[in-house]
Design a protein around this ligand. Structure first.
Ligand SMILES: Cc1ncc(COP(=O)(O)O)c(C=O)c1O
Length: 334
């Protein structure tokens, strides 16, 4: 039975990092002068999209693979996802040689469904939203005896936290103390990991969560200090959650310094900036952190500098055909 009651600790993040480093190379933390000029801030980009599967989520799957229970190994894994957690669990299951069944909503991009199948997992399309797919995945696990893996399983949070261990260590090696770190939030695993590591390694850095205003369940939950649901209409599939998640919300309460909402158009603008100023193809969720920096509520809006260098995490590059087409469109700010 997954442990959902105890918060992950920094010591566990350090151990997870050893596991993850055995399979995955560190990702770069880089500045891009044109991006600095466009944002009016000194911005370091953590390029998590260069990992296998094209997103930071693979860290969770790799850590999960090394920490499976006997039942999980025997009966296989069942989970639900719009795509990147799906690929991560499929990747981890393949590493561990166990079966994985992934329930995906019909709204998940075809490119992500194909990627999951290519990793050898069984794809079951059920439900229109992630919330509906989650219910279907739990039912399927109960029917088949497979183990349901919650997208916020603490082993997955620990795997994702390793991105931030790397980031803060790299910033220190570069002689940079970050004023702020912007992290996209769907289920909140990445931001929770960022907060856990920040508390130990860089207490002066503000961690700011960013979510689409078209899928604000996590934001509402954090604001109100209670698990809340909200419809998801965002184009950014990685942010298309419909509920707050208890474990990550508990970690974020009291630790996350701010949480901003951005429009999907602002996310597209940020994706265009990453493509044209930072040589980076980002899917919507992967561009959301930069959109958060540039939001009128944020310190990095053009013409106004942040209090110091900031970091944004490009969490994923699995752009859909529509997202790629929108890169060529005119900026919504134009
Ligand atoms: C590319 C990308 N970025 C950000 C997120 C949000 O991460 P989390 O659900 O851990 O908050 C996701 C979630 O799937 C994602 O795929």
């Amino acid at each position: 039975m997954a442990d959902t009651t105890t918060d992950p600790t920094f010591a566990e993040v350090l151990r997870a990092a050893e596991v993850v480093a055995a399979s995955l190379a560190p990702t770069p933390l880089q500045s891009h002068p044109l991006l600095d000029a466009a944002t009016g801030s000194a911005v370091l980009v953590k390029h998590e999209h260069v990992l296998p599967t094209g997103s930071f989520k693979v860290r969770g799957g790799v850590h999960l693979a090394a920490t499976l229970t006997e039942a999980e190994q025997q009966h296989g894994l069942v989970t639900c996802s719009t795509g990147n957690h799906a690929q991560s669990v499929a990747y981890g299951a393949r590493l561990a040689g166990v079966r994985a069944t992934i329930v995906m909503p019909s709204s998940a991009p075809a490119v992500k469904r194909d990627a999951v199948a290519a990793l050898g997992a069984e794809v079951v399309v059920r439900g229109a939203t992630l919330g509906e797919s989650a219910a279907a995945a739990r039912a399927l696990a109960a029917e088949t005896g497979g183990s349901f893996i919650c997208p916020t399983d603490r082993r997955i949070v620990l795997g994702h936290a390793t991105a931030y261990l790397e980031l803060f260590r790299q910033a220190a090696e570069q002689g940079v103390t970050l004023a702020a770190l912007y992290v996209p939030i769907g289920s909140g695993t990445g931001a929770a990991g960022a907060c856990l590591v920040r508390d130990e390694l860089s207490p002066a850095t503000r961690v700011v969560g960013v979510q689409s205003e078209a899928a604000p369940a996590g934001w509402r939950s954090w604001r109100h200090g209670a698990i809340e649901t909200a419809p998801s209409q965002t184009r950014a599939s990685g942010l298309a959650t419909t509920t707050g998640y208890p474990l990550t919300q508990r970690i974020l309460q009291g630790r996350l310094d701010d949480f901003v909402l951005v429009s999907d158009d602002a996310i597209d603008d940020a994706a265009r900036l990453l493509a044209t100023r930072a040589h980076t193809l980002a899917e919507g969720a992967g561009a959301a952190a930069l959109a958060g920096l540039l939001t009128p509520q944020g310190p990095g809006r053009p013409g106004r500098s942040a209090d110091g260098p900031v970091a944004v995490v490009c969490t994923g590059a699995n752009a859909s055909a529509d997202e790629i087409a929108r890169l060529g469109a005119t900026s919504s700010a134009a």
